[in-house]
Structure formats: C-alpha cells, structure tokens
Design a protein around this ligand. Structure first.
Ligand code: IVH
Length: 686
C-alpha cells in the first residue's frame, strides 16, 4: 500500500453476500406464505431466526438497503381488495427473546430519555391474530383496513362488519370527530376447536391454527364466509384522530376506549421497570394455556404518550415499544431414529429420538409417536425434518413432516417382530396396539410396573428412581413389586454406586410406604385402565379390599367411572392367582391399608360427583394432595371452569380462573375454607 494512502474498508466476502441474498429470498418467500396466502410453511421461531441472522449480517457488514425485508413489516397488499393508505403507518414491533434483552431495551429507553429512573410501561398480551385499523367518523364505523405493507392496507370493511364485538356505532360520540382504532382480530381457541371438530365430522377440510383461519376469513371477498366464523377483536391503540381529545397515558386511553364500547384486553397492566415487567411476563406465560385466545408474548409500551412521542419511530418499528416473545412452542428438528418402548402392561410404543431442540421452554430429545397408525398418519420416516410442538406442560408432539429426508438416508419405520426387551412374541391387542406376550417375565414390563407401583400418586416411595429399579431387577433382587418390602440392606449395598447412607435412606422410604390408603394401593396395582380417579371411586365404594376382591362385574359397573371393560379388567386381575399371591405377600410384608381422615362418599354423599377446580399456589399442601382429597370425597377434579363447576379452590395468585368463576357465580373457596368444608364436622354444608 502506498505511503499515506487511506485504508480501504475490507470488501464483503462473497459467501456473506450470497448468504444475505439467500436470507432475503427466503424471508420474502415466507412473508408471502404467511401474510398473503395465510399458509405459513415454517414455524414463527424459524422465521425469527432468519430475520435476526439477516439483521446481524446487514449491520456487521454495512449491507443495509432500503428494500431489504429486514426493513419492512412483512405484509403485502392483494389486488383483490381496494387499497387504503394508512395516514400513520402501521408498524411492526422489535422482538426480544430473553430478559437480558429486556434489560438492554430498558437501558436504551432510559438513555434516550436521559434518566436513571425506570419508566412506566403498559404490558399487554401479544395476541396471535391479524392487525386491523378501524376508522370511525362521527362515531360510525366507516372503514376497516388490514396492515398490508404498513403504508397501504386492504379494504376489508365488509368482513369486519360481521364481527360482533366490534362496535359499529360509538356511544356518546362527537359528530365532527374522527377516530382510528387499531387492534387485533382473532379466533378463540375453543371456537377454533369447535370449528375443526365440526369440519372433521362433515369430512371437510380442517384448519391448521386459529391465526391463519382468522387471517383467511378476514381476507375473503364474500363476507357471508367471514360471518360463519365467530371472530373477535381486542383493541390495543389508536391511530389518527381529529376533534377528539384523549388522555395522556395509554392506560387512560384504554379506559376511554372501553367507555366507547371497545373490547380491551383484561390482562393489560402497568409495570414500572424490568423486575415488575419480568413478573408480568412470567405470570402471563404461566396462564397462557388457560386463556381462550392464542398469545405468543408480551407487548411492552411506554405508558406516557408524550414519552412515546419523544422517542419516536424507526423504519419498521417504534422505539417506545417492544415485543417479548415467549420461548417458541413450535420448532423443526430431525428424527434420528425410533425406539420401541415397553409399558407396564406390555404395550409397545414407538418413541422418536430427535436431534435435541429447545422448544416450549425445555430441551426435547425424544417424543412418543403413540402407535403405528400415528406414524402412518404423519407419513413419517427416520431422517425426516419434522415440526415439533410443546405447549405448556403438555407432552411434546410431532405435528407434521416438514421435509422428507433424501432417498439415500430416509428409513421406513417398522414394528419389530418380537419384544425388543425380552424377545418374546408380540400380540396385536385391538386394532393398532401391540403387546409383548411375556407378562412380568419381561424385565422391561417388570421395571415399568415397579416404577408405577412406587410412583408419587401410588405408594410414593421417595428416592426409588428408574436407575435403581433397573439395577434391582437386573440383579434379580426383585421379581415383583412386593419384593421391595423384603429388600436386604447387605444385598443393597452390593449394588454399584450404592453407599451405606443411600441404602438406609431407601429402606426407610420403603418402610414408610407400608401404610397406604386403599385408593393409592388400588392405583399402584396397575390394573389395566384403573387410573387414579377410578381407584378413588372403587375405594370410596368398597371401603375394604376383601369386598372388592369378591365383587362381580355387574356390581362393579354400578360405580361411577366403571364401565363393562374396566369392570372385566378388575375381575380378571383379581381372579389371577399370581396377582392374589402378590397381594398376600404385600400383606405379609406388613403393607397395611389405612383409611383416609376424609369421610368417604358412602359416609357422606354430599360431594359425590361434585366438580372441583384448583387454581393458584397452595400453601399447606401440594395440588396433587388436594386432588387426592377431592377424589376421596367421591368428587371430581377438572382443569377448567365451566357452568357445571361446583367449587373453585383458589390459592395465591389465582388469575383468569378466579375471574371466570366469579362471573359465573361459582362458589370460591380459599385453602382454609376447603379444609373446613371437607373435615367431618362441616362436610356437607355448602
Ligand atoms: S402494538 C407500533 N399491541 O403484533 C406497535 N401489537 O409485531 C403497534 N399485536 O402488528 C402494535 N398484540 O398485529 C400491539 N397488544 C398488542 C398486540 C400487538 C398483538 C400484533 C400487531 C402488530 C404485531 C407487531
């Protein structure tokens, strides 16, 4: 380089340029699928990763151009509809994915405002629907437009008029005033489920998710089709206004809009600073499943409108707001293989081994495929790229094959011809279920049945984990669950990695489990199709084991929850000599059936079949314990509030369930009131 000449910036390497071009192509393509065709081809999280990568490369290498998809809001305008120019652009929101990003966002706001103090934010659920702008002239709805490309939207007034919770005429509104209200159109989860159930029954096409169904319905030419869906609206802000005054904070604006008759989300709250915001986000994420509309995060907006003005907007998003996205509930990954697991009743279940992915807040490396029919339904082979969904605490599932593997690596999934654990033959039980025919001679079945026997809702043997059960069975120290009570300390400490202290601890835990209620005992036996609820019903009805042992199928069928199949399973379990011997052995080992302190349904039938719902955090007992008590009363536990709910037990931090129960006039009990209600002297009063 010649002396004194200026250093040239290094040119962008070709591979970076081609990646940027490819990212722009992909983002344009997926934007088209999502916004124009209402038929996305990849999960939102994958799209967000593409966008983040493009933004990073463009910033690092100075490659920003004005027509990059990183700078627009993603949508487009279809020629099917008349175009409407937004007088104020309808922007998108910047996204953050963790709380470190939140701290940076808050620091950025403080810096721009030149203050060390935290600001007040309006925190709202980020509804997963479609943005809409509604224009009111003199209080009359005159026009509705989609966001389109942010500057020009599509005129969908005819469809919007079919939505019942959008006011068509505003209450007490000035004739010369103009008001643009913005918000989100969505389809409720339960309405979506109903729609799909109905379509399925009529052999019609089912929909993929509520968001795309709603988007498709809004962008129909024929509003009779839109009318068929019970679409709803939440309002989240205002656009242009004339001859109308609004308060200076968003919260107060919402109050005024509510007065006009607009639906405002009941979860909107104000929070000051990151710590409060984090609490809000965590709570909303916890309650996400229980809401009847889909949300994918939290929108944080400066509550003070003059501060919003001071910060202003960028090309595609405001500086005064940000969207915190919940961990994605859908991601793509590769199926590495399929294992066949053997359950305690010998049922063989295919389980997909996955390339680990972080989805719905947990890392998933395998997931059940249920049965061969499910594999056929998915058209799944080993090597395929699949969409995995994990929502809340629900077990993850493979939703669909996104991209089949190439012919060289794609491998068909076949049911093995013999039990993969013991080599015994398989039997077809019903139409799709295969079982290992070896019973407890199959070590895999034996291990599973002991795991069930000792599990928390059965005998609750603390510290008896899968590994130890495996060791005990493999070392032939136990051949059936009853052998647990005959375990010898000196045999136990011979096991690998078993110290003296651990051995004593486990023996103590086994000893402690000797006193067990009839209901837990029945559940622990693992009778086919006798779950916790049925076990509780049986225990309530029979009071002691001997009565149950001699019960006929017919008398069993008189019990709530017991149909002919379960009754015959019970009768055949108790006619099996091996099972009776094991029960005898358990008695000999000192297992004693105790009675719960709660009056049984027979002694006090006032709770029989009553429906309880539990919400919030309990302080004196775990939820499982409360559930056990409720079942013990002959009552039922449900996960959601409906008109048929009899009681809601509300612990700390109860949220939407409490509100719903109150609105339906359902009896709400705190923990203490629940205990008082079920203790003998009070029980029966309600
Ligand atoms: S405020 C300039 N609030 O998220 C900010 N948007 O990516 C305007 N959305 O297009 C949006 N819930 O369709 C806001 N409570 C909420 C929202 C919300 C959902 C959507 C909206 C927007 C997109 C931004």
């Amino acid at each position: 380089m010649a002396k004194g000449s200026k250093k040239q910036p290094s040119p962008t390497p070709g591979y970076v340029l081609s990646e940027v071009l490819e990212l722009r192509r992909l983002i344009d393509l997926h934007n088209h699928h999502y916004h124009t065709l209402d038929d996305p081809k990849i999960p939102d999280a994958d799209f967000d990763s593409l966008l983040r990568r493009l933004e990073l490369l463009e910033t690092e290498w100075g490659l920003s151009v004005s027509d990059s998809p990183s700078l627009d809001v993603g949508g487009s305008v279809s020629e099917k509809f008349s175009a409407i120019a937004h007088s104020l652009p309808m922007l998108s929101l910047d996204k953050i994915f963790d709380f470190n990003d939140l701290y940076s966002f808050e620091d950025g706001v403080k810096n721009r405002l030149g203050t060390d103090y935290s600001s007040v934010y309006s925190c709202e659920p980020k509804i997963d629907g479609i943005a809409i702008s509604l224009l009111y002239q003199g209080g009359e709805l005159v026009r509705a437009a989609t966001r389109g490309n942010g500057v020009i939207g599509e005129d969908v007034t005819h469809n919007i008029r079919t939505i019942s919770n959008i006011p068509k005429k505003l209450k007490s509104f000035n004739k010369s005033a103009l008001l643009e209200v913005r918000g989100e159109i969505y389809l409720g989860k339960s309405d979506f489920a109903l729609l799909n159930a109905r379509n399925l029954a009529n052999f019609e096409k089912t929909f993929v998710n509520p968001r795309n169904t709603a988007a498709g319905a809004i962008r129909q030419l024929d509003s009779d089709l839109t009318k068929e869906l019970p679409l709803q609206f939440f309002c989240y802000g205002i656009g242009q206004t004339k001859n109308i005054r609004f308060p200076h904070s968003l919260t107060d604006v919402f109050a005024q809009l509510r007065e006009y008759g607009f639906p405002i989300n009941e979860r909107q709250r104000i929070c000051t600073g990151s710590e409060q915001i984090i609490k809000y986000c965590e709570k909303l994420q916890q309650d996400r499943e229980s809401l009847d509309y889909e949300i994918d995060g939290v929108v944080l907006k400066l509550d003070d409108l003059s501060l919003q003005n001071r910060l202003g907007v960028r090309a595609r998003s405001p500086r005064w707001a940000v969207a915190y996205k919940f961990p994605a509930e859908e991601k793509t990954t590769i199926v590495l293989g399929v294992d066949f697991q053997i359950g305690r009743t010998g049922a063989i279940t295919p389980v997909a081994r996955l390339q680990p992915i972080f989805v719905g807040g947990a890392t998933i490396s395998n997931t059940t495929l249920h049965n061969m029919a499910e594999i056929a339904r998915l058209g799944l082979c080993v090597g395929d790229k699949v969409l995995v969904r994990r929502a809340g605490d629900v077990i993850p599932k493979i939703v669909s094959v996104i991209e089949p593997a190439g012919p060289e690596s794609r491998k068909e999934i076949r049911m093995p011809s013999t039990c993969p654990a013991c080599g015994a033959g398989l039997e077809l039980s019903g139409e799709i279920l295969y079982r290992c025919s070896a019973g407890s001679a199959c070590t895999a079945q034996l291990k599973e049945s002991i795991r069930h026997f000792s599990s928390r809702n059965a005998l609750n043997i603390d510290g008896l984990g899968d590994k130890l059960i495996s060791q005990l069975v493999d070392a032939e120290l136990i051949k059936e669950a009853a052998d647990l009570f005959g375990l010898d300390y000196f045999e136990l400490i011979k096991l690998e990695r078993m110290g003296e202290k651990s051995a004593r601890k486990i023996l103590l835990a086994i000893d402690k489990s000797r006193d067990v209620t009839l209901s837990r005992f029945l559940f622990a036996l693992g009778i086919r199709e006798v779950g916790e609820t049925t076990a509780a019903s049986l225990a309530n009805y029979f009071q002691n084991l001997d009565e149950l042992l001699s019960a006929s199928s017919r008398s069993l069928e008189e019990i709530e929850d017991v149909g002919p199949i379960v009754a015959s399973n019970i009768v055949s379990f108790f006619s099996d000599h091996g099972n009776l011997q094991m029960i005898e052995k358990l008695k000999q080992h000192g297992v004693r059936l105790t009675h719960s302190s709660i009056p049984s349904a027979r002694e006090n039938p006032s709770f029989l079949n009553k429906i309880f719902v539990v919400t919030g955090t309990l302080s004196s007992m775990k939820r499982e314990e409360l559930k056990g008590k409720v079942l013990g009363l002959g009552a039922k536990v449900s996960g959601s509030i409906s008109k048929s709910t009899d009681y809601l037990v509300a612990g700390d931090g109860a949220g939407s369930k409490l509100a719903k129960a109150e609105s339906l006039g359902i009896k709400v009990l705190n923990e203490l009131e629940f205990i008082e209600l079920i203790t003998p002297s009070n029980s029966g009063e309600n």
